[in-house]
Ligand binder design. Structure first.
Ligand code: ZN
Ligand code: ZN
Length: 370
């Protein structure tokens, strides 16, 4: 982990006029401090001051050992125990870091619970809270070499797991059984778990991008969408392929070919400075020209790293230029009610030369013999 992450956070806070940023356990805390720690019923809050002083960890005493074992930077602890509660520890930390009671403090709108917000407001009445999500996302968007290496390993694992899972497809196997096969194959290939519960959508179920796996047995003639990812350490992969069980019909072939060309157009558009919107347009134009524009019902992709969905988003309105090192998915799809769907998803990174796909699993339609 690079030691300058907190320095970059401090610089960003000063640019934005924030006195501090208050962070709860999760991906941002892991990124900044190395601490692998999750939200529990007890309050944990970490305050990073804009003056460059030590981050203040307000944590339950019983979590201290766990935090200390993974922390990568010097910090100051404000432990509290169940008998006393967190109010006094939080008041000391806030009072020390943010003596100006009208100061602006950044918080994570997408992650912080109401209980941490209320505790913060009680510890420092008058404090103004603002959303620090974009600031934190900006720090995390450009991946360092060790982050890219972890993502490449997460990709290697999911590709091995896909190979093994696709080999198990035959008529009568259910979506749920296949999803279990994929989850086990991820662990067997060296993964620390799934990035998210994988999706197996066979036949008509493929019309729903967020299909919940069912006990429907796969049938000859199905297109089968398989969407899964592996976690390696803290980093994630996320890949989708669509395979055919037996010879697909002409429309299934046509929509797979369109989605494949849309995926290729999205990848071909990659270059430093391009916007998420422009990549979305490049992929979408292919599907629209093929007559299926109204069936491509979601954005083209999302950022990927410590979180399954993080900035940048590859969608209309996402106009910021993408920097070298930004990692995200390209996942166009076509979904037709009553028939099924196709999605082809790759994980890519912007490079100085343009861009490169971290995933390289076969994208042409795999037709499984029956
Ligand atoms: Zn996915
Ligand atoms: Zn995805």
């Amino acid at each position: 982990m690079s030691a300058n992450r907190v320095t970059r956070l401090t610089e960003a806070m000063n640019r934005e006029g924030l006195a501090a940023v208050a962070i709860v356990p999760g991906a941002n805390l892991r990124y900044l401090t190395g601490v692998d720690f999750h939200v529990t019923s007890r309050l944990s809050l970490v305050l990073f001051p804009a003056d460059g002083g030590l981050p203040c960890f307000v944590v339950p005493t019983l979590e201290m050992a766990r935090v200390q074992s993974s922390i990568a930077i010097p910090v100051q602890f404000y432990p509290w125990n169940d008998a006393t509660g967190p109010a006094e520890a939080l008041r000391s930390a806030v009072g020390k870091l943010v003596p100006d009671t009208a100061a602006r403090v950044g918080i994570e709108y997408m992650v912080m619970r109401v209980r941490e917000l209320r505790a913060l407001e009680e510890a420092a009445p008058g404090l103004q809270t603002v959303d620090a999500t974009p600031l934190l996302a900006g720090l995390r968007m450009v991946k360092e070499q060790d982050e890219l290496a972890a993502m490449a390993e997460a990709v290697r694992i999911i590709e091995v797991a896909f190979q093994q899972t696709i080999a198990q497809i035959r008529p009568g196997v259910t979506e749920r059984e296949l999803a279990t096969t994929l989850a086990n194959a991820i662990i067997a290939a060296g993964g620390d778990g799934e990035s998210f519960p994988s999706i197996v959508a066979g036949g008509p179920n493929g019309a729903y991008p967020h299909h919940e796996n069912s006990d429907r047995p796969l049938e000859v003639g199905d297109l089968i969408i398989i969407d899964g990812g592996a976690r390696y350490g803290a980093y994630l992969s996320d890949m989708t392929r669509t395979v055919a069980l037996g010879e697909p019909g002409p429309e299934a072939r046509r929509i797979h070919d369109l989605v494949l060309r849309a995926n290729a157009a999205g990848r071909a558009a990659l270059r430093p400075g391009i916007s998420g919107e422009a990549i979305d347009q490049a992929a979408r134009a292919v599907i629209t020209a093929g007559g299926y524009g109204e069936y491509f019902i979601h954005r083209t992709g999302h950022g990927l790293g410590l979180d399954e969905h993080e900035p940048p988003y590859i969608v209309a309105g996402s106009t910021d230029p993408l920097p070298v090192g930004a990692t995200f998915t390209i996942e166009p799809g076509i979904y037709i009610e009553g028939i099924g769907g196709v999605r082809i998803e790759d994980d890519v990174v912007i490079t100085a030369e343009g861009g490169r796909s971290l995933t390289s699993f076969e994208r042409e339609l795999i037709v499984l013999p029956v």
